[in-house]
Design a protein around this ligand. Structure first.
Ligand code: GDP
Length: 473
């Protein structure tokens, strides 16, 4: 359905400057073509090198993905040689497995996809029922979903990366004979020591021989790939603007399914399209028991009023002459935040005269696991707030990272509330839309501690919302 506020399809670059490939059946994934109508065009086009890497990846995926002969042959060989040394196969694979909430999962999928492209592996995702029907297939004429009948869907006895390194240390000759065909790597936020050297040349030299890697991560580990000279060179060529890695990969990978897109676009048309400006407000309360609602509300108001994201309310109702409409989209598990803000602007006129409308698409109360409908609502919230012109997010929340990345927005970061501390600035503007890597390597590959990250790795900065984290600028 088209409305007055929908610009002409032809006006915009449907394929995001070549980021997306032609050939998809448009009806199977309406959002792939339509989402551009809801967003400002990116200021820079994707680099020709990124485009060629993507087209090349799509070729490999089509040749080696599920339902291909190469897939069957490679997988059979991997299964047969599981405990008999790394097999040489036609195709190599990287299976992504989930950990944590949807935001964590999406940032780690993006990082995993970049790693797959850098190492010529086919990325397959292990989607349980909770993620079915959220996203379109990203790769033309193939699927990225690990088939449920794969022997690696629930395989428990898999050599770990740690064991591989131990064997490597005890190895007397230089042979790589005892490398496995299948290896499990855990890159979650609870990194154990060996995984901290994952990006190093020696690790990558061993991993290259292993035809099937199973990776579990809830992190955006892209900054660590920048610490490896070879990956750094490649990624720099792919992304001349380094702070757009997630933005581009996210827009490439994550297209709302038709079901999700109907809900997103209907909500947008009904509530947001006619506003002069859209404000996304993501309020994530990590420990509701120890953080009183009023404290959170005060923080949100102090931030948005101080930085003129929202107008003050006027006690005398003598409002200014600016009658523009701002739509505020609240994403939160708790309905009180949207309700409070709405009633505040309903009761009193604003000083500026602006009309403030407050919407909150869902209020799930609690984070739920293994719940398809719950994840669908989370995806809709993330997507809708990514369509705003201005975004306020909660420090440390990967849910917010996804929205800011898809929207290419530098968010206002709400200060993280601990012990009702209120003497800090209520929020600060972030310097990039990239997600923060919460557990970056703390050592050079030779084992020496990294003292000054910024002078050693000029593209990395400490995150504003988490001083131990790093992100790209
Ligand atoms: P993080 O924990 O904030 O880093 O974000 P995650 O997305 O990894 O995990 C939080 C999960 O809680 C989400 O995936 C949702 O399932 C749920 N959740 C948190 N905040 C919201 C919200 O504003 N809206 C909805 N619909 N779900 C939310």
């Amino acid at each position: 359905s088209t409305t007055e506020s929908t610009p002409d399809l032809e006006d915009k670059d449907k394929l995001l400057g070549g980021l997306l490939t032609t050939g998809f059946d448009e009806a199977s994934c309406i959002s792939r073509m339509q989402s551009q109508l809801y967003r400002k065009a990116s200021p820079h086009k994707p680099s020709p090198y990124l485009i060629s890497k993507l087209r090349n990846y799509e070729d490999i995926h089509r040749r080696c993905g599920p339902n291909s002969r190469a897939y069957d042959r490679s997988m059979r060989k991997i299964v047969r040689s599981k405990n008999k040394g790394a097999a040489a196969t036609l195709c190599k694979y990287l299976i992504w497995t989930p950990a944590n909430g949807l935001g964590n999962q999406m940032i780690s999928m993006a990082a995993t996809f970049l790693y797959a492209m850098l190492t010529d592996r086919v990325m397959l995702v292990k989607f349980d029922k909770d993620k079915q029907g959220l996203f379109c297939e990203p790769f033309l004429n193939s699927t990225w979903v690990l088939p449920e009948k794969s022997p690696f869907w629930n395989e428990k006895h898999i050599e770990t990366y740690q064991t591989m390194l131990e064997k490597d240390r005890n190895r007397t000759s230089n042979s790589k004979d005892d490398l496995p065909s299948v290896l499990f790597i855990n890159l979650q936020h609870t990194l154990s020591e060996p995984e901290k050297f994952f990006h190093c040349d020696h690790s990558q030299y061993l991993l290259r021989e292993v035809p099937l890697l199973i990776l579990q991560s809830d992190q955006y580990f892209v900054p660590s790939l920048f610490m490896n000279p070879f990956f750094n060179q490649e990624v720099t060529k792919m992304f001349p603007e380094k702070d757009t890695v997630f933005h581009r990969l996210g827009r490439y990978l994550f297209h709302p399914s038709n079901e999700a897109w109907k809900l997103i676009s209907d909500y947008y048309q009904e509530h947001l399209a006619k506003a002069d400006k859209r404000i996304g407000l993501q309020i994530r309360v990590f420990s509701p028991v120890s953080t009183p609602q009023q404290t959170v509300m005060d923080l949100v108001l102090s931030c948005t009023l101080k930085h003129k994201i929202l107008p003050q309310v006027d006690l005398q109702t003598s409002a200014g002459k600016n009658h523009s409409v701002k739509a505020v989209l609240v994403a939160s598990l708790h309905r009180e935040y949207g309700d409070n803000l709405r009633s505040m602007y309903l009761k009193k006129a604003t000083v500026s005269g602006e009309v403030i409308e407050v919407y909150q698409p869902s209020h799930e109360e609690h984070q739920k696991f293994n719940d398809n409908k719950h994840n669908l609502k989370a995806w809709i919230d993330m997507y809708l707030i990514s369509l705003s012109e201005e975004l306020v997010t909660t420090s440390l929340s990967t849910f917010g990272y996804v929205a800011q990345g898809l929207g290419n927005l530098k968010p206002w970061l709400l200060y993280r509330l601990v012990n009702n501390d209120t003497h800090f600035p209520s929020c600060e503007r972030d310097f990039s839309s990239e997600p923060c890597y919460h557990v970056p390597p703390k050592h050079y590959c030779n084992g020496k501690p990294i003292k000054d990250v910024v002078s050693s790795f000029p593209y990395l900065r400490e995150c504003k919302d988490y001083c131990y984290g790093l992100k790209l600028v």
